[in-house]
Design a protein around this ligand. Structure first.
Ligand code: ADP
Ligand code: MG
Length: 155
């Protein structure tokens, strides 16, 4: 598992940006971390790396935001609100099987729609320093092992 210590929001964004050019259609990234850990910040970097020059806002009240301006479509999902309702019949599969890259915040609230093959990115805050995060890249499946290897070469 690839682990990186970052010391600013800009650095988190820069690492995600490097991943942008490595992404393929139907890639799935789950961003795991507490509120304020940097999931949306990471997504902003990814979008930049895909050539999407738009303000990425957290889609908390829309659940899904779709960006079609880059090299690949980006489907940004934040399913936090599903905590209460249970996210069974959202139709997220349509996105996972679509032509874009799916990025999911709070994927623990989605049921069994999430495919087995995916990249989980864990974002953890530091206890003492507000600007420090630990990014851990946990690949599930060959495609994502390759993706993490490629990313590691770019760092
Ligand atoms: P989440 O989507 O996980 O709730 P956000 O990305 O919306 O988190 O917010 C993260 C906040 O933490 C932002 O205000 C950002 O500026 C700040 N921050 C400080 N240091 C970092 C870091 N190293 N990586 C990411 N965000 C950071
Ligand atoms: Mg967020």
């Amino acid at each position: 598992m690839l682990k990186i210590k970052v010391e600013s929001a800009e650095q988190t964004q820069a690492i995600a940006k490097k991943m942008g050019p490595l992404l393929q259609a139907r890639d799935i990234l789950l961003l795991d971390g507490d509120l304020g850990a940097g999931k949306t910040t990471f997504t902003k970097g990814l979008a930049e790396g895909l050539g999407i020059h738009r303000n990425i806002k957290s889609p908390t009240f829309t659940i899904i935001r779709e960006y079609q301006q880059g090299r690949l479509p980006l489907y940004h999902m934040d399913v936090y609100r599903l905590e209460e309702t249970g996210g069974d019949d959202l139709g997220l599969e349509e996105y996972f099987e679509g032509d874009g890259v799916s990025v999911v915040e709070w994927s623990q609230f989605v049921g069994d729609e999430i495919p087995a093959d995916k990249l989980i990115v864990h974002l953890k805050k530091d206890d003492d320093n507000d600007d420090v995060r630990y990014l851990e890249f946990e690949p599930h499946g060959k495609r994502y092992e390759e993706l993490v290897n490629e990313l590691e070469k770019q760092l």
